[in-house]
Design a protein around this ligand. Structure first.
Ligand SMILES: Cc1ncc(COP(=O)(O)O)c(C=O)c1O
Length: 376
């Protein structure tokens, strides 16, 4: 049996989303930019999806720009605004690479975070000024699940960088948090369908009325000239269905999954010597269990867990043959020894108590095996 504990990487599609997608891939296949009956049908589906996505994100339909995923939405936000308002760009050190690298492409400034993973508001304030035109702070982090204090950030930005627009990457937040209200202060909000039961390669960027973005993809002028290219109507409709389902059962999911996560994290901390939890659980999304085990290499641990049928992930990425700790854990000040032994178990709507039991049995045994190997 496969125990899937990698929902932060991607989620299984919700049945509602599959159903919506299949209908548009088959009978309602039209190009929504056309004007005949078949095109109009597709356009109707597209605009219905836009209404749903807008409502779920607390936006107006005209503020929703459909994109080819979260990465594109983040790039459109940062580069699209920067192109029209050249100036300094600021993001936090724990952003997803979609934001971090887009900021780096325009020589952005990086605000440090506290050991908890929460942005250091004092240091952020120091980086803000009248020259700043874009500030990007994620709503929830993908590795450690930390929720960022967006209202405090917005207050600082309005006060110290009055020319700046505030972008938030809400890709990991959407499954767990009421993004419509928590991101209400942001000018731009990015989401990605495959993190909440929709298909991969579809996302959206909310661009509030009055905020202008230059397109990063040029062509036929779809999405009111903000994102060209024939719409992925099936994917967009599936995203809307997944969004609606997510919003409908989000509270119940959080109430069910948070105790499972707590049992998993507490159980592993108790069973594995020299283990630690990353971040402060009180400020993490319900599905995130992130731990570190001193003296263990994440990659080796993942291989053993995979052998036991457990799909998990680590913060570390293997670049050029050398194991490097993730930029998130480094920014949080985790010692290298710990950062290299990190494990992310991310729960979701399909996670069961049996999945947690399986991980509680497999992880301590795998860590012990690796440590024995090292000792002998
Ligand atoms: C926080 C965050 N932002 C952006 C992305 C990128 O989204 P996508 O996979 O749709 O390109 C991800 C996905 O891993 C993410 O976790």
């Amino acid at each position: 049996v496969t125990v899937y504990l990698d929902h932060a990487a991607t989620t299984p599609m919700r049945p509602e989303a599959v159903e919506a997608m299949v209908a548009l891939l088959s009978e309602r296949f039209g190009n929504p930019s056309g004007s005949h009956a078949v095109a109009r049908e597709a356009n109707k589906s597209l605009e219905e999806a836009r209404d749903i996505v807008a409502a779920c994100l607390g936006a107006r339909p005209g503020e929703v720009v459909f994109t080819g995923g979260g990465t594109e939405a983040d790039n459109l936000a940062i580069l699209g605004v920067h192109a029209l308002r050249p100036g300094a760009v600021v993001c936090t050190a724990i952003e997803h690479h979609a934001v971090l690298h887009a900021c780096a492409a325009v020589d952005g400034r990086v605000a440090p975070v506290l050991p908890s993973g929460v942005v250091d508001l004092d240091r952020l304030a120091d980086l803000l000024g009248p020259d700043v035109t874009v500030v990007s702070v994620m709503l929830a982090n993908n590795e450690v699940g930390t929720v960022e204090p967006l209202d405090d950030v917005a207050r600082l930005v309005r006060e110290r960088a009055p020319r700046a627009v505030l972008h938030t990457d809400a890709v990991q937040a959407f499954p767990w948090l009421d993004v419509a209200s928590l991101a209400a202060t942001a000018d731009l909000v990015a989401v990605s369908a495959h993190k909440f039961g929709g298909p991969k390669g579809v996302g959206a960027l909310v661009v509030r009325d009055g905020v202008k973005v230059a397109p990063i993809i040029h062509g036929g002028g779809q999405e009111r000239d903000r994102r060209s290219g024939t719409h992925n109507v099936a994917g967009i409709a599936a995203m809307a269905a997944a969004m609606q389902a997510t919003v409908a059962d989000r509270e119940a999911t959080v109430a069910r999954v948070a105790p499972l996560r707590d049992r998993l994290a507490d159980g592993l901390l108790a069973a594995v010597p020299d283990s630690a939890e990353t971040g402060d659980r009180a400020t993490k999304v319900a599905g995130n269990c992130h731990l570190s085990f001193a003296g263990v290499e994440s990659e080796a641990l993942l291989v053993l867990l995979d052998g036991d049928g457990i799909c998990a992930s680590a913060g570390s990425a293997c670049t050029s043959g050398a194991l490097e700790p993730s930029h998130v854990l480094t920014a949080m000040g985790l010692p290298r020894r710990r950062a290299l032994g990190s494990l992310r178990l991310s729960l979701g709507t399909t996670t069961s108590a049996a999945d947690v039991d399986a991980a509680l049995a497999a992880v301590p045994a795998a860590v012990a095996r690796l440590r024995e190997g090292e000792g002998g």
